[in-house]
Design a protein around this ligand. Structure first.
Ligand code: XUL
Ligand code: CO
Length: 438
């Protein structure tokens, strides 16, 4: 079999002291943490689009790394891409992958031919999955790259475009089911607007829900038992995207009765684009029972767009895994590296360094989050902070036995009320102690 990454061998856990850059220092797949192996906790996935397809182009320049895999024929490229994908996942010990329909097979002039190409590729992927023991974390349809989607897909002004998007979603669901995918994602890349001057917002939101409802009904009818996800993102490519952030998406899903079938796929860089921390978005999803899956990456503090970098920030990874552990761990979701190497990182080996960095960062984050939880001081501090709700007037408010007049009478007797310190600096230092000297 052709070796697409001859310069890289199998990446193995060698422990923190190794000086081999092509080894894991923290990701030890079979190591046990809080009753599960790291592999079971982390459920790492490869993003097909960044890793197998994107060549490093940006708004100002063409690609810097070839993803032609030794062929000029697009379908032959697609086949080689699939072979290379499984070689890469095997070498990196990545158990899952995520894909858009258009990542695995190039679009043809007519939908019938496009779907034929997808069928051919799905058979090959199914064989490779079996051979290598890999799985699909989630599938999706690319409803944003083709010019037909310039006004949106489900939220397009044109019914024909809506119909095309629906046809694409139908096929992508079939592929996901055929490949035993655990999830199906809606990322509304162009489901928003550039200007309200030409936009019927209420109608577009209804249509977005309409397509999701059709997807759920069809998906369930062909045996899809996984989770549907919405991946919030506030902007880029459009000025405003309806799936702005976790709060907006949860409200939308509940409004349209989609909240039983959908959870959220939270992406770190989308959170920061929305002006939130990654943990804020994860916490919002978690406390609403809707934390499904995660696109693990990071942005750049100084750049205002979605840079999709491999995550290396250990604090962020720790707070992410803290939320995941507090949620009882992933059920069907996992950590998809929706991340790409920088344009100037133009060796194929750089992709391996990116994944190793991301996987080790999250493995370390998992260990540290477990340490923070097991330490217990943070939980105890929070419990103590809300102690006044355990008895007296607090308990009566929660029981529903205190009326608003009772509360007035209570305060009239007390005269004034006082609360203690939030001790933020103490806690921040405590976390550093736990992380670095624990
Ligand atoms: C774009 C993005 C997408 C989704 C899948 O910002 O995150 O790649 O993850 O469509
Ligand atoms: Co993403």
């Amino acid at each position: 079999m052709k070796d697409f990454y001859p310069e890289v061998g199998k990446i193995r856990y060698e422990g923190a002291a190794t000086d081999n850059p092509l080894a894991f220092r923290h990701y030890n797949p079979e190591a046990l943490i809080a009753g599960r192996t790291m592999r079971e906790h982390l459920r790492f996935a490869m993003s097909y689009w960044h890793t197998m397809v994107a060549e490093g182009s940006d708004m100002f320049g063409v690609g810097t790394v070839s993803k032609k895999y030794g062929s000029s024929d697009p379908m032959q490229q697609a086949r080689h891409k699939a072979l290379a994908a499984f070689e890469l996942m095997d070498k990196l010990d990545l158990d899952y992958y995520c894909f858009h329909d258009r990542d695995i097979a190039p679009e043809a002039d007519h939908l019938a031919e496009t779907n034929k190409r997808l069928d051919e590729m799905a058979s090959l992927l199914a064989e490779l999955q079996k051979e290598y023991g890999k799985k699909v974390l989630w599938g999706t349809a690319n409803l944003f790259s083709h010019p037909r989607y310039r006004h949106g897909a489900a939220t397009a002004c044109s019914a024909d475009v809506f119909a095309f998007a629906a046809a694409q979603v139908k096929k992508a669901l079939e592929l996901t089911v055929q490949l035993h995918g655990a999830g199906y994602v809606f990322w509304g890349g162009r489901e928003g607007y550039e200007t309200l001057l030409n936009t019927n917002m209420a109608f577009e939101l209804d249509n977005l829900a309409r397509l999701m409802r059709m997807a759920v009904d069809y998906g369930r009818s062909i045996g899809f038992q996984g989770d549907f996800y919405v991946e919030p993102k506030p902007k880029e490519p459009t000025k405003h995207q309806y799936d702005f952030d976790a709060t907006a998406v949860i409200g939308f899903l509940r409004q349209y009765g989609l909240d039983k079938d959908f959870k959220l796929n939270i992406e770190a860089n989308h959170a920061t684009l929305a002006g939130h921390s990654f943990q804020h978005e994860l916490r919002t999803a978690r406390v609403n029972g809707m934390l499904g899956s995660i696109d693990a990456n990071q942005g750049d503090q100084l750049l205002g767009w979605d840079t999709d970098q491999f995550p290396t920030n250990v604090y962020e990874a720790t707070w992410c895994m803290f939320e995941v552990l507090k949620d009882g761990g992933f059920k069907l979701g996992g950590l998809n590296f929706d991340a790409k190497t920088r344009r100037a990182s133009s060796n194929l080996a750089d992709i391996f360094h990116g994944y190793i960095a991301g996987m080790d960062t999250f493995a370390l984050g998992l260990k540290l989050a477990d340490r923070v939880i097991r330490d217990g001081r943070l939980d105890r501090f929070i419990q103590e902070r809300y102690a006044s709700w355990q008895e007296g007037i607090g308990k009566r408010i929660l029981d529903g036995t205190a009326t608003i007049s009772d509360l007035e009478a209570y305060v009239l007797v007390k005269g004034d009320v006082a609360t203690g310190s939030g001790h933020q600096e103490y806690l921040e230092n405590l976390i550093n102690q736990m992380m670095f000297t624990g």
